[in-house]
Design a protein around this ligand. Structure first.
Ligand SMILES: Cc1ncc(COP(=O)(O)O)c(C=O)c1O
Length: 406
């Protein structure tokens, strides 16, 4: 079999297994309502939590960024790709999340890839060392891939059951007499398939008790969780208590691209030296830097944006439940509507698109077998009318498919 045939066969296998990812082109900007195939549909699938992706102030700032600092920097940070605005954005993020310092990456995927190996693979002058990682079973792919870059001879990797503090403690306790150099607990702040928040307060306590570094990816928490949108630590009352926070600029904070790591001054200085996706990849373009700063200014100065997101979320959660749908409980704008079989989720997302609602279904192997779902993501960009229109479509399609009672 030649390469072409092998690849084609694999693509067919993906299609048969219903794991082939199809793309649907939007014919408009991201927003509460978008255009698909010439039709306006309510968007319930984006990470545009604060509705800033197409906000006039963010767009104006991005254009301003291009005017003042150009389109591209054409360099990595340490050669000639650092503009004063990169430091400005890093400072802004540090202040917002309550950390000493911040380092920017081209994405949060790159930030997570650039974190673990940067110190786990380093001997710091000694020949032999071993670190240990404790990772939540449902952590994002970028955390998993970041950990894969750590050389096995330097690290023991343990996976604890999802948000299971007792299991995590059991693993930490088992290792208490092992001579590990660094112990690192890694968790998402918000888990993207479930919309649930990590038990950060317990994790922080365990980190203290067992002398472990607490690493948290707050991509779905920043701008979303907590009264002022400072993220999962604000919601859980542990601001300033997480050792390492990573996050994205590609969701609530304007939705363009870019990621960051916030931590102590020393550790961020170290990452500027050793983190490969930072050292060997272009710095963020000025339009994105300016856009992200404008998004953060809006979030900090206009409290109504994040409260609108919270109100929309509470409204949708209440109304969809009273229609008879089963959702995963919580208060995050990720609202999984549980349907069971993959075929039901597939049929329902297609029917909803026809009825004017854009939503994606998730099924095995992305989520466990028999737990197929539609993943709703609520945004501050949605008006009450948009949400009501979506709820009407849910009711109509749900009844027709007998997912809810007539
Ligand atoms: C938890 C989490 N971490 C990291 C990422 C990657 O973010 P970015 O798009 O900035 O690479 C995502 C995006 O889906 C995510 O959900």
């Amino acid at each position: 079999m030649n390469t072409f045939k092998l690849i084609t066969a694999e693509l067919q296998r993906l299609e048969q297994a219903k794991t082939y990812k199809y793309e649907t082109a939007l014919e408009s900007a991201q927003g509460g309502v978008v255009k698909v195939k010439g039709k306006d549909v309510v968007m319930l699938a984006s990470n545009n939590y604060l509705g800033l992706s197409n906000h006039p102030a963010v767009k104006k700032a991005a254009i301003e960024g291009i005017k003042k600092y150009g389109y591209g920097v054409a360099s990595v940070r340490f050669i000639c790709g650092t503009q004063d605005i990169h430091y400005e954005l890093e400072k802004k993020i540090s202040k917002f999340v309550g950390a000493e310092d911040t380092i920017l990456f081209s994405s949060c995927f790159a930030a997570n890839e650039g974190y673990f190996a940067s110190f786990i693979n380093e001997g710091f002058g000694s020949e032999q060392h071993k670190d240990v990682l404790y990772s939540d079973r449902l952590n994002h792919a970028s955390i998993i891939d970041g950990q894969r870059l750590c050389r096995p001879e330097f690290v023991d990797k343990k996976i604890y059951n999802h948000s299971d503090v007792a299991h995590l403690e059991q693993q930490l306790a088992e290792d208490v007499n092992n001579e590990y150099r660094f112990r690192i607990i890694a968790t998402d702040g918000v888990f993207s398939m479930e919309g649930d928040l990590a038990p950060l307060n317990n994790i922080v306590e365990l980190g203290k008790k067992y002398n472990a570094i607490v690493f948290m990816d707050d991509s779905h928490g920043i701008g979303v969780c907590g009264k002022t949108g400072r993220g999962t630590p604000e919601a859980k009352g542990v601001i300033n208590k997480i050792d390492v926070i990573t996050g994205t600029l590609g969701k609530a904070l304007g939705g363009a691209a870019g990621g960051y790591i916030s931590s102590s001054k020393e550790f961020i200085s170290y990452l500027r030296q050793k983190s490969r996706p930072y050292t060997f990849s272009n710095s963020l373009p000025p339009a994105i830097v300016f856009g992200a700063m404008a998004a953060m200014d809006l979030l900090m100065n206009d409290k109504s944006i994040v409260s609108r997101l919270h109100e929309n979320t509470a409204y949708f959660r209440k109304e969809i439940t009273s229609l008879g749908f089963t959702i995963l409980e919580g208060d995050h704008p990720i609202v999984p509507i549980m349907l069971g079989e993959a075929s039901v989720a597939q049929e329902m997302s297609a029917a909803l698109l026809k009825a004017g609602v854009y939503i994606k279904g998730l099924w095995f192997p992305v989520v466990p077998k028999g737990e197929a779902r539609l993943r709703t993501q609520i945004s501050a960009a949605l008006s009450k009318k948009d949400i009501d229109r979506a709820l009407e479509a849910f009711e109509k399609v749900g009844k027709k498919m007998k997912v809810i009672n007539q």
